[in-house]
Write a protein that binds this ligand. Structure first.
Ligand code: ZN
Length: 391
């Protein structure tokens, strides 16, 4: 009886009852957004950045979230989760994050729209379960702060305005989202600095570093005519907008790690950036590429002994000796030669243009204010360091 009632509900919900019931298989295969409701609480995944997760009702005020990646293994273990909840007064809500793949990595960020904080979890079962206790009310809980398309739009508008730069759309993602960019400086300035971000959706601290870095670059582009005469910037802060919107761990909607697609260019997102570079006017060429990411600690992946003398001088001028200069953002410099065919942005830019091409990695748990402060200081130091490439 219950089963039949449910099936009638599904058929009505598809609106298919006008011409007789469709085959049962079709009805069941229709995608259903996961959500869990009890008289006391509701948990859902119905917003941009929400994770691709299922929930399970464990009790009136107790749910589980099944944390799963967007595609089959192997996948980098960046287990993104993000949900919102609404719990009535009368007790806390307990949520168990159950890792179907991988293990607990990111401490939960809690936000009710006006205040935000990080929550403690109780980790159990060899880190396969993390339990978080949530206060009554309405809030969002996510693996890192939500840094979504709305925030990118705001940041890009701010950068374009401050630098008197231009907003561009380089192309379209798999899912039809624009690959937004900002171009700063004179379009005939010969030296182009390329800044790339968010190839990997969960890597929010890289996005935080990039935002502060570009805010400072935009200020300098407005205030230093010599800098703007010589240099222009292409800023592509969100290369994987579908992955960010869908709460992916790693890939775009083509199931591809974009930071392994440079060289192959099998995906519309990487193609959009390459096509734009290919159309640059004669004489204008990239001189530096920075690609912002997150990992377990603060570091820069740079060229190894494949670096030219000039590239080594740039590194020494920009990052050398600064590893402990920012007390809230200590970092290391990791020298790695290109692994042929690896398809990373770093290697492709270095091999294609013979320029310094670095991966800027901020720690998952990096102090946020310290991350911004260091990024700002490193941006301030960039114009002088770039001169090392002209000698
Ligand atoms: Zn990454």
């Amino acid at each position: 009886m219950i089963v039949r009632h449910l099936l009638v509900g599904f058929v009505l919900a598809t609106g298919a009852c006008t011409s007789g019931a469709p085959p049962l298989r079709t009805v069941i295969a229709a995608p259903v957004e996961s959500a869990c409701s009890t008289p006391a609480a509701r948990l859902s995944f119905d917003f941009e950045g929400a994770s691709f997760s299922r929930c399970v009702i464990e009790g009136d005020r107790e749910f589980s979230v099944l944390v799963t990646p967007e595609h089959q293994l192997p996948i980098n273990p960046s287990p993104w989760y993000a949900f919102r909840y609404d719990a009535s007064e009368g007790g806390d809500l307990t949520v168990h994050l159950r890792y179907v793949v991988g293990e607990h990595r990111y401490a939960p960020s809690w936000s009710d729209g006006t205040s935000a904080r990080q929550l403690d979890v109780e980790v159990s079962d060899d880190r396969k379960i993390a339990t978080v206790v949530l206060p009554a009310g309405q809030a969002t809980v996510s693996a890192q702060e939500i840094f979504d398309d709305a925030q990118y739009r705001k940041a890009m508008a701010r950068w374009a305005k401050a630098s008197r730069g231009k907003l561009l759309t380089l192309g379209q993602s798999h899912g039809g989202r624009g690959i937004g960019a900002v171009r700063m400086g004179r379009t005939n300035a010969l030296r182009l600095v390329v800044l790339i971000g968010r190839q990997h959706p969960p890597e929010v601290t890289g996005a935080i570093a990039m935002e502060a870095f570009v805010d400072r670059i935009a200020e300098m582009m407005a205030g230093d005519p010599q800098f703007t005469d010589e240099y222009q910037f292409l800023i592509v802060p969100q290369v994987n907008p579908d992955g960010v919107a869908h709460g992916n761990w790693r890939a775009n909607l083509g199931g591809t790690d974009l930071n392994r697609d440079w060289g192959n260019f099998s995906q519309p997102e990487t193609q959009a950036v390459r096509d734009w570079l290919d159309a640059l006017p004669e004489g204008v060429r990239p001189v530096l590429m920075l690609d912002f990411h997150s990992t377990f600690r603060n570091l820069f992946y740079v060229q190894g002994d494949e670096a030219s003398e000039q590239e080594k001088q740039f590194l020494a001028a920009w990052l050398g000796g600064k590893e402990a200069a920012f007390p809230a953002y200590p970092f290391t410099i990791e020298r790695r030669n290109a692994n042929p065919g690896s398809g990373t942005t770093k290697n492709w830019f270095h091999q294609t243009y013979a320029i310094p091409a670095y991966t800027y990695e901020a720690a998952d748990d990096a102090d946020r204010a310290g991350t911004r402060e260091a990024a700002r200081a490193l941006a301030t130091a960039l114009p002088e360091a770039l001169e090392a490439l002209n000698r």
